[in-house]
Write a protein that binds this ligand. Structure first.
Ligand SMILES: *Cc1c(COP(=O)(O)O)cnc(C)c1O
Length: 390
Protein backbone atom coordinates (compact mmCIF):
# COMPACT_ATOMS: atom_id res chain seq x y z
CA UNK A 1 0.00 0.00 0.00
CA UNK A 2 1.09 3.56 -0.72
CA UNK A 3 0.79 6.42 1.74
CA UNK A 4 -2.05 7.95 -0.33
CA UNK A 5 -4.54 9.84 1.85
CA UNK A 6 -7.24 10.02 -0.86
CA UNK A 7 -10.64 10.29 0.83
CA UNK A 8 -13.23 11.16 -1.82
CA UNK A 9 -13.97 12.75 -5.18
CA UNK A 10 -15.75 16.11 -5.29
CA UNK A 11 -17.41 17.90 -8.19
CA UNK A 12 -15.69 21.25 -8.84
CA UNK A 13 -19.02 22.81 -9.86
CA UNK A 14 -21.93 21.30 -7.87
CA UNK A 15 -19.97 19.94 -4.90
CA UNK A 16 -21.42 16.42 -5.13
CA UNK A 17 -19.24 13.80 -3.38
CA UNK A 18 -18.28 10.38 -4.74
CA UNK A 19 -16.60 7.19 -3.58
CA UNK A 20 -13.10 7.40 -5.10
CA UNK A 21 -12.74 3.66 -5.66
CA UNK A 22 -14.63 3.53 -8.94
CA UNK A 23 -13.86 4.66 -12.48
CA UNK A 24 -15.35 8.12 -12.94
CA UNK A 25 -15.35 10.61 -15.81
CA UNK A 26 -17.30 13.88 -15.51
CA UNK A 27 -19.65 14.47 -12.56
CA UNK A 28 -22.61 12.11 -13.10
CA UNK A 29 -24.91 14.83 -11.71
CA UNK A 30 -23.82 17.93 -13.67
CA UNK A 31 -21.18 16.84 -16.25
CA UNK A 32 -18.46 19.10 -14.84
CA UNK A 33 -14.90 18.15 -13.77
CA UNK A 34 -14.30 16.06 -10.65
CA UNK A 35 -11.44 16.72 -8.22
CA UNK A 36 -9.63 14.36 -5.82
CA UNK A 37 -9.68 15.24 -2.10
CA UNK A 38 -7.29 14.03 0.60
CA UNK A 39 -6.91 13.86 4.37
CA UNK A 40 -4.31 16.64 4.34
CA UNK A 41 -3.78 16.64 8.13
CA UNK A 42 -2.76 13.00 7.86
CA UNK A 43 -0.64 13.66 4.76
CA UNK A 44 1.20 16.44 6.62
CA UNK A 45 2.38 13.97 9.27
CA UNK A 46 4.57 12.03 6.85
CA UNK A 47 5.09 14.36 3.87
CA UNK A 48 7.36 16.78 5.70
CA UNK A 49 10.22 18.74 4.10
CA UNK A 50 12.69 16.56 6.02
CA UNK A 51 11.08 13.31 4.84
CA UNK A 52 10.96 14.57 1.25
CA UNK A 53 14.67 15.32 1.36
CA UNK A 54 15.32 11.58 1.71
CA UNK A 55 13.00 10.43 -1.12
CA UNK A 56 13.83 9.71 -4.77
CA UNK A 57 13.26 12.48 -7.31
CA UNK A 58 10.16 12.27 -9.51
CA UNK A 59 6.50 12.89 -8.86
CA UNK A 60 5.77 9.76 -6.83
CA UNK A 61 7.69 11.36 -3.94
CA UNK A 62 4.41 13.20 -3.21
CA UNK A 63 2.49 9.91 -2.83
CA UNK A 64 0.47 11.12 0.18
CA UNK A 65 -1.33 13.62 -2.05
CA UNK A 66 -1.65 11.33 -5.06
CA UNK A 67 -4.57 8.92 -5.59
CA UNK A 68 -2.87 5.58 -6.27
CA UNK A 69 -3.35 3.03 -3.48
CA UNK A 70 -1.35 0.02 -4.65
CA UNK A 71 2.38 0.22 -5.20
CA UNK A 72 2.26 -2.07 -8.26
CA UNK A 73 -0.07 0.43 -9.96
CA UNK A 74 2.39 3.35 -9.67
CA UNK A 75 3.71 3.40 -13.25
CA UNK A 76 7.17 4.94 -13.36
CA UNK A 77 8.93 6.07 -16.53
CA UNK A 78 10.97 8.75 -14.75
CA UNK A 79 8.35 11.53 -14.86
CA UNK A 80 8.68 14.73 -12.85
CA UNK A 81 11.75 15.98 -11.03
CA UNK A 82 12.47 18.40 -13.85
CA UNK A 83 15.00 21.19 -13.33
CA UNK A 84 14.07 24.75 -12.39
CA UNK A 85 16.78 26.58 -14.30
CA UNK A 86 17.89 30.13 -13.43
CA UNK A 87 17.82 31.99 -16.76
CA UNK A 88 20.00 34.91 -15.71
CA UNK A 89 21.52 35.60 -19.11
CA UNK A 90 18.09 35.69 -20.75
CA UNK A 91 16.78 37.71 -17.81
CA UNK A 92 19.48 40.39 -18.29
CA UNK A 93 18.58 40.75 -21.97
CA UNK A 94 14.86 41.25 -21.31
CA UNK A 95 15.31 43.30 -18.12
CA UNK A 96 14.09 40.78 -15.54
CA UNK A 97 17.17 39.06 -14.08
CA UNK A 98 15.31 36.82 -11.64
CA UNK A 99 13.72 34.71 -14.37
CA UNK A 100 13.59 30.92 -14.00
CA UNK A 101 12.46 28.24 -16.44
CA UNK A 102 10.84 25.01 -15.31
CA UNK A 103 12.01 22.73 -18.10
CA UNK A 104 9.26 20.17 -18.57
CA UNK A 105 10.70 18.99 -21.89
CA UNK A 106 12.82 16.50 -19.92
CA UNK A 107 9.79 14.37 -19.03
CA UNK A 108 9.18 10.96 -20.68
CA UNK A 109 7.76 11.53 -24.20
CA UNK A 110 9.19 15.06 -24.13
CA UNK A 111 6.39 17.02 -22.49
CA UNK A 112 4.62 17.60 -19.19
CA UNK A 113 1.68 15.60 -20.51
CA UNK A 114 3.62 12.68 -19.01
CA UNK A 115 2.76 13.89 -15.50
CA UNK A 116 -0.98 13.90 -16.12
CA UNK A 117 -1.17 10.69 -18.09
CA UNK A 118 1.10 8.92 -15.61
CA UNK A 119 -1.53 9.46 -12.91
CA UNK A 120 -4.59 8.96 -15.14
CA UNK A 121 -3.33 5.66 -16.57
CA UNK A 122 -1.94 4.39 -13.24
CA UNK A 123 -5.26 5.00 -11.51
CA UNK A 124 -7.35 3.63 -14.40
CA UNK A 125 -5.17 0.50 -14.34
CA UNK A 126 -5.57 0.21 -10.58
CA UNK A 127 -9.36 0.55 -10.82
CA UNK A 128 -9.56 -2.13 -13.51
CA UNK A 129 -10.02 -0.22 -16.78
CA UNK A 130 -9.60 -2.72 -19.63
CA UNK A 131 -8.61 -0.26 -22.40
CA UNK A 132 -7.86 3.47 -22.50
CA UNK A 133 -8.65 6.00 -25.23
CA UNK A 134 -7.94 9.64 -26.08
CA UNK A 135 -8.63 12.19 -28.80
CA UNK A 136 -5.46 14.26 -29.16
CA UNK A 137 -3.65 16.48 -31.62
CA UNK A 138 -0.30 16.08 -29.95
CA UNK A 139 1.62 15.33 -26.79
CA UNK A 140 -1.21 13.84 -24.72
CA UNK A 141 -1.59 10.89 -27.09
CA UNK A 142 2.10 10.01 -26.92
CA UNK A 143 2.09 10.19 -23.15
CA UNK A 144 -1.03 8.01 -22.82
CA UNK A 145 0.48 5.48 -25.22
CA UNK A 146 3.67 5.30 -23.17
CA UNK A 147 1.99 4.71 -19.81
CA UNK A 148 -0.46 2.20 -21.29
CA UNK A 149 2.44 0.33 -22.91
CA UNK A 150 4.28 0.19 -19.59
CA UNK A 151 1.50 -1.95 -18.06
CA UNK A 152 0.20 -3.58 -21.25
CA UNK A 153 -3.16 -1.78 -21.40
CA UNK A 154 -4.57 -1.56 -24.95
CA UNK A 155 -4.58 2.12 -26.02
CA UNK A 156 -6.69 3.85 -28.66
CA UNK A 157 -5.63 7.18 -30.14
CA UNK A 158 -7.77 9.31 -32.50
CA UNK A 159 -5.84 12.11 -34.23
CA UNK A 160 -6.68 14.58 -36.98
CA UNK A 161 -4.98 13.41 -40.19
CA UNK A 162 -2.82 16.56 -40.36
CA UNK A 163 -1.05 15.90 -37.03
CA UNK A 164 2.75 16.13 -37.61
CA UNK A 165 4.48 12.81 -38.21
CA UNK A 166 6.52 12.65 -34.96
CA UNK A 167 3.33 12.59 -32.87
CA UNK A 168 1.83 9.81 -35.01
CA UNK A 169 5.05 7.80 -35.12
CA UNK A 170 5.47 8.01 -31.37
CA UNK A 171 2.01 6.58 -30.61
CA UNK A 172 2.38 3.79 -33.18
CA UNK A 173 5.81 2.82 -31.94
CA UNK A 174 4.49 2.74 -28.39
CA UNK A 175 1.95 0.15 -29.51
CA UNK A 176 -1.24 2.23 -29.55
CA UNK A 177 -4.02 1.69 -32.11
CA UNK A 178 -3.86 4.96 -34.02
CA UNK A 179 -6.81 6.14 -36.13
CA UNK A 180 -6.30 9.21 -38.33
CA UNK A 181 -9.53 11.15 -38.66
CA UNK A 182 -10.49 13.49 -41.53
CA UNK A 183 -11.63 16.32 -39.33
CA UNK A 184 -10.93 18.30 -36.20
CA UNK A 185 -10.14 17.25 -32.64
CA UNK A 186 -13.88 17.50 -31.88
CA UNK A 187 -14.52 14.81 -34.52
CA UNK A 188 -11.85 12.67 -32.84
CA UNK A 189 -13.65 13.15 -29.53
CA UNK A 190 -16.87 11.85 -31.08
CA UNK A 191 -15.05 8.70 -32.29
CA UNK A 192 -13.68 8.10 -28.78
CA UNK A 193 -17.18 8.43 -27.32
CA UNK A 194 -18.37 5.74 -29.74
CA UNK A 195 -15.64 3.41 -28.48
CA UNK A 196 -16.56 4.21 -24.89
CA UNK A 197 -20.16 3.24 -25.53
CA UNK A 198 -19.49 0.19 -27.72
CA UNK A 199 -16.46 -1.35 -26.06
CA UNK A 200 -16.27 0.18 -22.59
CA UNK A 201 -12.99 2.01 -23.21
CA UNK A 202 -11.98 4.47 -20.51
CA UNK A 203 -11.70 8.07 -21.81
CA UNK A 204 -8.67 9.90 -20.37
CA UNK A 205 -9.41 13.30 -21.99
CA UNK A 206 -8.19 16.13 -19.81
CA UNK A 207 -10.48 17.11 -16.91
CA UNK A 208 -12.95 14.45 -18.06
CA UNK A 209 -11.49 12.15 -15.42
CA UNK A 210 -10.19 13.31 -12.01
CA UNK A 211 -6.52 12.29 -12.08
CA UNK A 212 -4.64 14.00 -14.92
CA UNK A 213 -4.88 17.18 -12.88
CA UNK A 214 -3.39 15.30 -9.92
CA UNK A 215 -0.35 14.48 -12.03
CA UNK A 216 0.05 18.01 -13.27
CA UNK A 217 -0.39 19.55 -9.82
CA UNK A 218 2.96 17.99 -8.88
CA UNK A 219 4.57 20.87 -10.83
CA UNK A 220 3.30 23.11 -8.03
CA UNK A 221 4.76 20.90 -5.30
CA UNK A 222 8.08 20.65 -7.12
CA UNK A 223 8.27 24.38 -7.73
CA UNK A 224 7.73 25.14 -4.04
CA UNK A 225 10.19 22.48 -2.94
CA UNK A 226 12.84 23.68 -5.42
CA UNK A 227 12.40 27.26 -4.15
CA UNK A 228 12.84 26.20 -0.51
CA UNK A 229 9.07 26.16 0.19
CA UNK A 230 8.44 29.60 -1.23
CA UNK A 231 6.63 30.55 -4.43
CA UNK A 232 7.64 33.07 -7.12
CA UNK A 233 5.97 36.46 -7.70
CA UNK A 234 4.65 35.46 -11.11
CA UNK A 235 4.03 32.18 -12.97
CA UNK A 236 3.52 32.31 -16.74
CA UNK A 237 1.77 29.24 -18.09
CA UNK A 238 0.85 28.31 -21.69
CA UNK A 239 -2.80 27.41 -21.33
CA UNK A 240 -4.75 24.98 -23.49
CA UNK A 241 -7.13 22.93 -21.37
CA UNK A 242 -5.58 24.59 -18.31
CA UNK A 243 -4.92 21.35 -16.45
CA UNK A 244 -1.51 22.46 -15.23
CA UNK A 245 -2.68 25.89 -14.11
CA UNK A 246 -5.70 24.54 -12.25
CA UNK A 247 -3.53 21.74 -10.88
CA UNK A 248 -0.86 24.06 -9.49
CA UNK A 249 -3.52 26.31 -7.97
CA UNK A 250 -4.98 23.24 -6.23
CA UNK A 251 -1.50 22.19 -5.10
CA UNK A 252 -0.88 25.60 -3.48
CA UNK A 253 -4.10 25.30 -1.45
CA UNK A 254 -3.17 21.76 -0.37
CA UNK A 255 0.35 22.84 0.60
CA UNK A 256 -1.00 25.70 2.69
CA UNK A 257 -3.42 23.32 4.44
CA UNK A 258 -0.46 21.05 5.17
CA UNK A 259 1.58 23.94 6.59
CA UNK A 260 4.24 23.66 3.88
CA UNK A 261 3.71 27.23 2.60
CA UNK A 262 1.94 30.39 3.79
CA UNK A 263 -1.00 32.24 2.23
CA UNK A 264 1.06 34.17 -0.37
CA UNK A 265 0.41 33.15 -3.97
CA UNK A 266 2.08 33.94 -7.28
CA UNK A 267 0.15 36.03 -9.81
CA UNK A 268 -0.89 33.42 -12.37
CA UNK A 269 -0.65 34.37 -16.05
CA UNK A 270 -2.32 32.47 -18.85
CA UNK A 271 -0.69 32.81 -22.27
CA UNK A 272 -2.47 31.69 -25.43
CA UNK A 273 -1.98 32.18 -29.17
CA UNK A 274 -3.76 35.11 -30.87
CA UNK A 275 -5.12 32.41 -33.20
CA UNK A 276 -6.92 30.64 -30.35
CA UNK A 277 -7.40 32.74 -27.22
CA UNK A 278 -10.77 31.89 -25.64
CA UNK A 279 -9.48 32.24 -22.06
CA UNK A 280 -7.80 35.60 -22.73
CA UNK A 281 -11.01 36.95 -24.24
CA UNK A 282 -13.20 35.67 -21.38
CA UNK A 283 -10.77 36.98 -18.75
CA UNK A 284 -10.71 40.52 -20.15
CA UNK A 285 -14.47 40.57 -20.69
CA UNK A 286 -15.00 39.66 -17.04
CA UNK A 287 -16.82 36.43 -17.89
CA UNK A 288 -16.98 33.35 -15.67
CA UNK A 289 -17.08 30.93 -18.65
CA UNK A 290 -15.42 31.14 -22.07
CA UNK A 291 -17.18 30.99 -25.43
CA UNK A 292 -16.03 28.44 -28.00
CA UNK A 293 -13.28 30.01 -30.19
CA UNK A 294 -14.15 29.83 -33.89
CA UNK A 295 -11.51 28.90 -36.48
CA UNK A 296 -8.78 28.04 -33.99
CA UNK A 297 -5.37 28.18 -35.68
CA UNK A 298 -1.90 28.11 -34.11
CA UNK A 299 1.45 26.38 -34.51
CA UNK A 300 1.36 25.61 -30.78
CA UNK A 301 -0.63 22.35 -30.82
CA UNK A 302 -0.97 22.33 -27.03
CA UNK A 303 -2.76 25.70 -27.16
CA UNK A 304 -5.24 24.78 -29.91
CA UNK A 305 -8.10 24.20 -27.49
CA UNK A 306 -11.18 26.18 -28.65
CA UNK A 307 -13.27 25.21 -25.60
CA UNK A 308 -11.92 24.03 -22.23
CA UNK A 309 -14.13 21.99 -19.87
CA UNK A 310 -12.33 23.63 -16.93
CA UNK A 311 -12.70 27.21 -18.23
CA UNK A 312 -14.43 28.42 -15.04
CA UNK A 313 -11.61 26.99 -12.90
CA UNK A 314 -8.91 28.67 -15.00
CA UNK A 315 -10.69 32.04 -14.76
CA UNK A 316 -11.19 31.63 -11.00
CA UNK A 317 -7.49 30.92 -10.44
CA UNK A 318 -6.40 33.87 -12.60
CA UNK A 319 -8.70 36.27 -10.73
CA UNK A 320 -8.05 34.95 -7.21
CA UNK A 321 -4.30 35.25 -7.80
CA UNK A 322 -4.44 38.80 -9.16
CA UNK A 323 -3.15 37.41 -12.43
CA UNK A 324 -3.86 38.17 -16.05
CA UNK A 325 -4.12 36.63 -19.52
CA UNK A 326 -2.14 37.47 -22.66
CA UNK A 327 -2.47 36.44 -26.31
CA UNK A 328 0.68 36.38 -28.45
CA UNK A 329 0.99 35.89 -32.22
CA UNK A 330 2.64 32.70 -33.48
CA UNK A 331 5.47 34.71 -35.12
CA UNK A 332 6.45 36.05 -31.70
CA UNK A 333 6.64 32.47 -30.38
CA UNK A 334 9.17 31.67 -33.10
CA UNK A 335 11.36 34.73 -32.42
CA UNK A 336 11.13 34.09 -28.68
CA UNK A 337 12.12 30.45 -29.21
CA UNK A 338 15.38 31.68 -30.71
CA UNK A 339 15.85 34.29 -27.99
CA UNK A 340 15.31 31.69 -25.26
CA UNK A 341 17.37 29.05 -27.02
CA UNK A 342 20.41 31.24 -27.59
CA UNK A 343 20.43 32.58 -24.03
CA UNK A 344 19.62 29.46 -22.01
CA UNK A 345 20.52 26.25 -23.85
CA UNK A 346 16.87 25.16 -23.91
CA UNK A 347 15.25 24.34 -27.31
CA UNK A 348 11.67 25.25 -26.36
CA UNK A 349 8.39 24.14 -27.86
CA UNK A 350 6.35 27.07 -29.24
CA UNK A 351 4.20 26.87 -26.09
CA UNK A 352 7.27 27.44 -23.90
CA UNK A 353 8.45 30.28 -26.12
CA UNK A 354 4.99 31.86 -25.79
CA UNK A 355 5.69 32.35 -22.06
CA UNK A 356 8.71 34.48 -22.89
CA UNK A 357 6.70 36.54 -25.38
CA UNK A 358 4.11 37.18 -22.66
CA UNK A 359 6.77 38.08 -20.10
CA UNK A 360 8.32 40.66 -22.45
CA UNK A 361 4.88 42.15 -23.11
CA UNK A 362 4.04 42.35 -19.39
CA UNK A 363 7.42 43.93 -18.57
CA UNK A 364 6.80 46.60 -21.23
CA UNK A 365 3.36 47.29 -19.77
CA UNK A 366 4.80 47.56 -16.26
CA UNK A 367 2.58 44.69 -15.05
CA UNK A 368 5.76 42.77 -14.13
CA UNK A 369 8.44 44.75 -12.25
CA UNK A 370 12.09 44.18 -13.24
CA UNK A 371 13.08 42.88 -9.77
CA UNK A 372 10.29 40.30 -9.53
CA UNK A 373 10.87 36.55 -9.58
CA UNK A 374 9.19 35.08 -12.64
CA UNK A 375 8.84 31.38 -13.54
CA UNK A 376 8.19 30.36 -17.16
CA UNK A 377 7.09 26.84 -18.10
CA UNK A 378 8.74 25.22 -21.09
CA UNK A 379 6.10 22.55 -21.41
CA UNK A 380 7.65 20.45 -24.17
CA UNK A 381 10.59 19.75 -26.42
CA UNK A 382 10.81 21.44 -29.82
CA UNK A 383 12.08 18.22 -31.40
CA UNK A 384 8.56 17.04 -32.26
CA UNK A 385 7.91 20.40 -33.96
CA UNK A 386 10.86 20.31 -36.37
CA UNK A 387 8.43 20.97 -39.26
CA UNK A 388 8.15 24.57 -38.03
CA UNK A 389 11.73 25.23 -39.04
CA UNK A 390 11.44 23.44 -42.42
C1 LIG B 1 -1.01 20.28 -23.67
C2 LIG B 1 0.08 21.27 -23.77
C3 LIG B 1 -0.06 22.55 -23.22
C4 LIG B 1 -1.32 23.02 -22.53
O1 LIG B 1 -1.47 22.38 -21.28
P1 LIG B 1 -2.79 22.46 -20.40
O2 LIG B 1 -2.37 22.11 -19.03
O3 LIG B 1 -3.76 21.49 -20.97
O4 LIG B 1 -3.30 23.85 -20.49
C5 LIG B 1 1.04 23.40 -23.29
N1 LIG B 1 2.19 23.03 -23.88
C6 LIG B 1 2.36 21.80 -24.43
C7 LIG B 1 3.66 21.48 -25.08
C8 LIG B 1 1.32 20.88 -24.39
O5 LIG B 1 1.49 19.67 -24.93
Amino acid sequence: MTLSTLTHIECAACGALYDPNQLLNLCPACQKPLLARYDLAKAAQTMTPAALATRSPGLWRYEEVLPVQRRDAMINLGEGGTPLLPAGRLGEVIGCPNTLIKDESLNPTGSFKARGLCLAVSRAYELGAAEVAIPSAGNAAGAMSAYAAAVGLPAHVYMPRDVPLPFQAECKTLGANVTLVDGLITDCGARVREGVQQYGWFDVSTLKEPYRIEGKKTMGYELAEQLGWTLPDVIIYPTGGGTGLIGMWKAFAEMEAMGLIGPARPRMVTVQSSGCAPMVKAFHEGKTHAEMWQGAKTIADGLRVPAAVGDFLILQALRQSGGTAVAVPDEEMMTCASLMGAHTGIFPAPEGAACLAAQIRLLEEGWIQPQEQVVLFNTGTALKYAHLWA
